[in-house]
Design a protein around this ligand. Structure first.
Ligand SMILES: NC(=O)c1ccc[n+]([C@@H]2O[C@H](COP(=O)([O-])OP(=O)(O)OC[C@H]3O[C@@H](n4cnc5c(N)ncnc54)[C@H](O)[C@@H]3O)[C@@H](O)[C@H]2O)c1
Ligand SMILES: CC(C)[C@H](C(=O)O)[C@@H](O)C(=O)O
Ligand SMILES: [Mg+2]
Length: 365
């Protein structure tokens, strides 16, 4: 089969992790007899430097026409002084909104070989963690009206607006409820309904949608408590359903309890399962260009792409098994390193996954 993957390396460690992911995808293509093409597109700081805008029209158009989008990360200190639409991170929001990617799936799974790198109590780590964060991605504070103004004293003030339409809540709630059917059947909706009006509507609407899913157990948790419970006893969560900003924060936290944000993939989807795939982490300027970044989050995002957008379940599973295999071999980038393991670099980790894919495929054949 032929697929076009609009590829946006972006900034910082983005190009490094994308490079390794393409190597793995090419191995998958050779094994499965597929043809993947990777039109390379500019977005973020790289696009700003080259074209004067973080989200060039050509990027948007090619992304819209492709079978899926694969993105590294955007942003970095070089562009931190910029305002408004010139901020590199705005490119990400522009892509999400224009592609209609309202459903952000962020699985947080603790790979068992990493349980020693998990900062939680060993007994908790041994039990395993398998949480699916379903984050609403095109509404809320990120897309509400925002402004910076001066008051009558000349002092500055600013506001951002958290706004949700019932229809936006219903469609993301359905995504979470449907996903829960294929898992252990529990959805925890996270909000701040004790204080925010948008959260009160969120809770009411989620309850209404859940009425059509009698086999799913639904509970509700305030976001402050949820962030504490996630560390205290992550085993209580199956699917976490939440709005845009709460999901951003909770998914980074979920990354840490599963070893590292460098292990966390994500899929941003529209109704037809078309989507953009990117690691949860950012451009990590502190380690960029040093062959230190963990490429596994991006490789796992590409596996999600094969499964969800291309329907290549066997290939996706092979990639995920290859990741588990290299971890079992004891290979670790710095972010997941623990005593007795072998410290390795971005390129070496990518090469090890490629080798593991080939080895596992041979064994299976
Ligand atoms: N999706 C995205 O493009 C995205 C996501 C988050 C942040 N950002 C942007 O990235 C820039 C840096 O943001 P930040 O520092 O808050 O978050 P970050 O995720 O880039 O980094 C946070 C910490 O995690 C580490 N880290 C992240 N990814 C890693 C990996 N793959 N391997 C090993 N270590 C890893 C970094 O070294 C750093 O210590 C900012 O401009 C921010 O806006 C972009
Ligand atoms: C860079 C930023 C806009 C983005 C977000 O907040 O959605 C990032 O943190 C993420 O998690 O993808
Ligand atoms: Mg984030």
């Amino acid at each position: 089969m032929k697929f076009t993957i609009a590829t946006i390396p972006g900034d910082g460690i983005g190009p490094e992790v994308i490079q390794e992911t393409i190597k793995v995808l090419e191995t998958m293509a050779a094994i499965g007899g597929h043809t993947f093409s990777y039109p390379l597109l500019l977005a973020g700081g790289a696009a700003l430097d080259a074209t004067g805008h973080p989200l060039p029209e050509e990027t948007l158009q090619t992304a819209q026409e492709a079978d899926a989008v694969l993105l590294g990360a955007v942003g970095g200190p070089k562009w931190d002084h910029l305002e408004g639409e010139y901020r590199p991170e705005r490119a990400l929001l522009g892509l999400r909104k224009s592609l209609g990617l309202f459903a952000n799936l962020r699985p947080a799974v603790l790979f068992q070989p990493l349980k020693d790198a998990c900062p939680l109590h060993p007994a908790t780590a041994a039990k395993g963690i398998d949480i699916m964060v379903v984050r609403e991605l095109t509404g809320g504070l990120y897309f509400g009206k925002q402004e910076r103004l001066q008051d009558e004293t000349g002092g500055w003030y600013a506001y951002d607006t958290m706004q949700y339409h019932e229809s936006e809540i219903r469609r993301i709630a359905r995504v979470a409820l449907e996903l829960a059917k294929g898992r252990s059947g529990k959805v925890t909706s996270v909000d701040k309904a004790n204080i925010l009006e948008s959260s009160r509507l969120w809770r009411k609407t989620v309850m209404e949608e859940a009425a059509a899913y009698p086999t799913i157990s639904l509970d509700h948790m305030y976001v402050d408590n949820a962030s504490m419970q996630l560390v205290k006893s992550p085993g209580q969560f199956d699917v976490i359903l939440t709005e845009n900003m709460f999901g951003d924060i909770l998914s980074d936290e979920a990354g840490m309890i599963t070893g590292s944000i460098g292990m966390l993939p994500s899929a941003s989807l529209r109704e037809d399962q078309g989507g953009m795939y990117e690691p949860v982490h950012g451009s990590a300027p502190d380690i960029a260009g040093q062959n230190k970044a963990n490429p596994l989050a991006t490789i796992l995002s590409a596996a999600m792409m094969l499964r969800i957008s291309f329907g290549l379940e066997a290939e996706a599973m092979l990639m995920e098994s290859a990741v588990e295999h290299v971890l079992n071999q004891g290979l670790r980038t710095g972010d997941i390193y623990s005593d007795g393991c072998q410290l390795t670099g971005t390129r070496e980790m990518g090469a090890a996954v490629v080798a593991a894919v080939k080895q596992l495929e041979k064994k299976g054949a």
